[in-house]
Design a protein around this ligand. Structure first.
Ligand SMILES: C[S@@+](CC[C@H](N)C(=O)[O-])C[C@H]1O[C@@H](n2cnc3c(N)ncnc32)[C@H](O)[C@@H]1O
Length: 299
């Protein structure tokens, strides 16, 4: 199976779909969320779905009221301009990677297989994880580990990586794992997952893309339009939470001249929705999911 979709009914409910609405699924993947949206759209409705991974396109059919866009969702505005869309009724983003990306060894996302360290979601462009690990300075590697993983010994690990590559490039997942094995603190699986995830986030500039997407999506949303975001990393969730609450990614409170606090969105979820135990039992990759929903205010 390409990917088992997470929190589907809750996300679709969150979009508060209108039959003739125009929607964006920013992360098509296996198409699970998209198919549920399409079931509720009428003749005048339309769904634009993005995925930057060429493999995802194969999951899209020749469906009516549907356009697949093989691109990074950070270019949402440009694509909507291209298609002549200036208002959206809702956007959904189910962030991170699909199970397919993890499960295909050659993609280099997983420490479970020995393959080249690639980790690019879009294999047509950009530097691979191998390039990052061999070319960045020790300080830059340390920063990636600090920012995107919770490993308690980021400084030591960055030093080990920098020293290991002096005696030969770190090109494969096994090369990297053999360095990590000297540094593991706590559960090996958790440690390896966190470090691999940190490099994946950096390689794909996932936080930068998310910021661009949220800003564009907000601008394009019609008043009353919904933004639905499923995140799997605390930093992603924080960006979403802050933006929904205050219209910026730092969570800064902005007041007008009368002291009124600027709140551009109405929170539909005050606290994130998380999967039930039953869903996590069925689909372990759902375990870290957090779903937040907000509506663009009407005035
Ligand atoms: C968790 S999966 C989505 C699964 C999908 N909701 C489903 O039901 O099958 C995330 C997908 O988003 C894509 N993706 C992640 N970041 C992206 C970005 N910045 N631009 C476009 N696609 C992205 C990945 O390639 C992956 O296929």
């Amino acid at each position: 199976m390409y990917h088992e979709s997470v929190l589907v009914s809750q996300s679709i409910e969150g979009l508060d779909l209108k039959e003739d609405g125009i929607y964006v699924d920013a992360t098509f993947g296996g198409g699970g969320h998209s198919k549920s949206i399409l079931q509720q759209l009428g003749d005048k409705g339309h769904l634009y779905a993005f995925d930057q991974d060429a493999d995802a396109k194969r999951n899209a059919g020749a469906w009516e009221h549907f356009t697949f866009i093989a691109s990074n969702f950070r270019y949402l505005k440009r694509w909507m301009r291209y298609y002549g869309v200036d208002r959206l009724d809702g956007v959904l983003a189910d962030l991170g990677v699909s199970s397919h990306q993890f499960d295909v060894p050659e993609r280099g996302f997983s420490y479970r297989f020995n393959e080249l360290l690639d980790m690019r979601m879009n294999q047509q462009q950009g530097k691979t994880a191998g390039d990052f690990i061999n070319e960045l300075s020790e300080g830059e590697i340390r920063q990636i580990l600090y920012d995107y993983s919770d490993v308690p010994n980021a400084r030591k690990l960055a030093r080990e990586i920098a020293s290991a590559r002096q005696s030969g490039e770190i090109r494969t997942t096994a090369d990297l794992v053999s360095v990590l094995d000297h540094c593991i603190v706590g559960s090996r699986m958790k440690y390896l997952s966190q470090v691999f995830q940190a490099f994946r986030i950096a390689v794909n500039d996932e936080m930068g893309a998310l910021r661009d997407f949220i800003r564009d999506a907000f601008d394009l949303l019609a008043p009353g339009g919904r933004m639905v975001v499923l995140s799997y990393h605390s930093m992603e969730d924080r960006l979403v939470k802050h933006f929904f609450k205050s219209g910026n990614f730092e969570g800064r409170q902005i007041k007008d001249e009368y002291g009124n606090i600027y709140r551009p969105m109405r929170l539909i979820t005050k606290k994130p929705i998380v999967p039930s135990e039953e869903e996590v039992k069925r689909n372990v990759r759902a375990r870290s999911a957090k779903l937040r929903i907000a509506e663009k205010k009407k005035d």
